[in-house]
Design a protein around this ligand. Sequence first.
Ligand SMILES: Cc1cc2nc3c(=O)[nH]c(=O)nc-3n(C[C@H](O)[C@H](O)[C@H](O)COP(=O)(O)O)c2cc1C
Length: 169
Amino acid sequence: MDVLQAIATRRSIRRYTGQPVSEQDLNTLLKAGFQAPSAHNYQPWHFIIVREKSILEGIAQFHPHAKMLPQAGCGIIVCGDEEKQAEPGFIVADCSAAIQNMLLAAHGIGLGAVWCGLYPMPQLTKPTSKLLNLPSTIIPIGMVVVGHKDEQKKPADRYDKSRVHMEHW
Ligand SMILES: Cc1cc2nc3c(=O)[nH]c(=O)nc-3n(C[C@H](O)[C@H](O)[C@H](O)COP(=O)(O)O)c2cc1C
């Protein structure tokens, strides 16, 4: 799929068939994540692939907006290494770029995906860190829920010229 077409037609998918994501597709998503830009090119990310039912259900239990995770069958938790950022906050931007790359890649290969937020909500980051046994300097930023689609969504055109400012506000 052409990159502009992928950007224009990607939507959050929250209904899944339950068919597992293949290793090949998972690798495609991971490679897309690793290709993201990052501040100083520090590439501060770690990707935790979760497919085990008990862990998927554990996350869905405390995350009020990730109830679709067990049915999707796969979650990629994108974490940032606090010790690999020149300025506080860069890991959020870097990991978010990786997440968006993976969402677009998933869409491009016909999978469904949705970004589920973790950081900066301690009620989500703390139980995630505990469940996944994360070291204290590894911060869970967000999760890509991915699987085979069981819904189709129309593209949403959000272009709004009132938010575009030429030369100054
Ligand atoms: C930082 C962030 C956190 C999000 N968290 C959730 C979430 O926890 N659960 C969910 O279903 N969608 C979540 N979303 C997806 C948004 O709801 C979705 O992108 C938005 O409604 C626009 O719809 P679209 O993705 O279909 O274009 C999140 C998106 C972002 C960028």
